[in-house]
Design a protein around this ligand. Structure first.
Ligand code: CTP
Ligand code: CA
Length: 225
């Protein structure tokens, strides 16, 4: 194949990618959210499609155009994301969880807008845990050999935390990013280390999110063989 021409090494494969960040509503006008733009997940979806895969992209609150040739399912909350991912994962060869999933959601949803009261401090917001979608997908692999990939955003002890998280989640690959105020969120570029359950460690130098996406699919394709 000529340089610059993508080899269709994912042809005949169905992959599921989640992207964006969940929003957990407090009332009809307010939510708890996060800074995920969805760009890394969209880059994963685009590159997988270019390599011949059938792609289902589960997009949580992204403001990005649908990538060509990709099935897009839009969701809002972590609970909705879980349902969409589990449904799509049932027949998939790989599941990549690039979405930033809220760990907690408000314990109660106020059907009407929450109003402030004169001379009164606000009520604290009680939170409950959201389901861990990645751990659930990894524990209940829909088909033997299904490759499950997670992402981890860490601010400290990046590699040690990443190794522990890979084990805890039970996934095959974990893409570990160092995040901070000016790092990763909304940026066009990324830098990461991809940890494998087999002990492998693949550094991905600072570069476009597309390049990290290609490395992820290289590692996934290795595991299909
Ligand atoms: N994830 C998930 N469901 C959740 C939380 C996270 O599927 N409820 C997935 C994310 O999509 C990501 C991976 O798990 O692929 C790691 O997310 P991260 O927030 O780094 O991990 P947590 O286990 O939530 O740990 P932490 O306490 O560090 O946030
Ligand atoms: Ca988390």
């Amino acid at each position: 194949l000529a340089r610059g021409v993508t080899e269709p090494d994912l042809a005949g494969r169905h992959v599921v990618v989640s992207a964006g960040g969940t929003r957990e509503p407090l009332d009809p006008v307010r939510f708890l959210g996060n800074r995920s733009s969805g760009k890394q997940g969209y880059a994963l979806a685009r590159t997988a499609a270019a390599r011949g895969a059938r792609v289902t992209l589960i997009a949580a609150n992204t403001a990005l155009p649908d990538p060509a040739g990709v099935d897009v399912v839009r969701v809002g909350t972590a609970v909705e994301l879980r349902e969409a991912v589990l449904r799509a994962a049932a027949g998939a060869d790989a599941v990549v969880m690039a979405a930033a999933v809220a760990d907690f959601r408000p314990a109660v949803y106020a059907a009407g807008k929450i109003k402030k009261k004169d001379d009164q401090d606000p009520e604290p917001i009680a939170l409950v845990r959201n389901p861990d979608i990645l751990a659930e997908v990894a524990a209940g692999r829909a088909r033997p050999g299904q490759v499950v990939v997670g992402f981890a955003a860490e601010t400290d002890d990046v590699l040690a935390n990443g190794r522990a998280k890979l084990k805890r989640k039970g996934c095959d690959l974990l893409v570990v990013n160092e995040v901070g105020e000016r790092k990763t969120f909304g940026a066009e570029e990324n830098e990461a280390v991809v940890l494998g359950a087999d002990g492998s460690e693949t550094p991905v130098p600072h570069g476009p999110k597309e390049a990290l996406a290609e490395t992820v699919w290289d590692l996934v394709a290795d595991r299909f063989r």
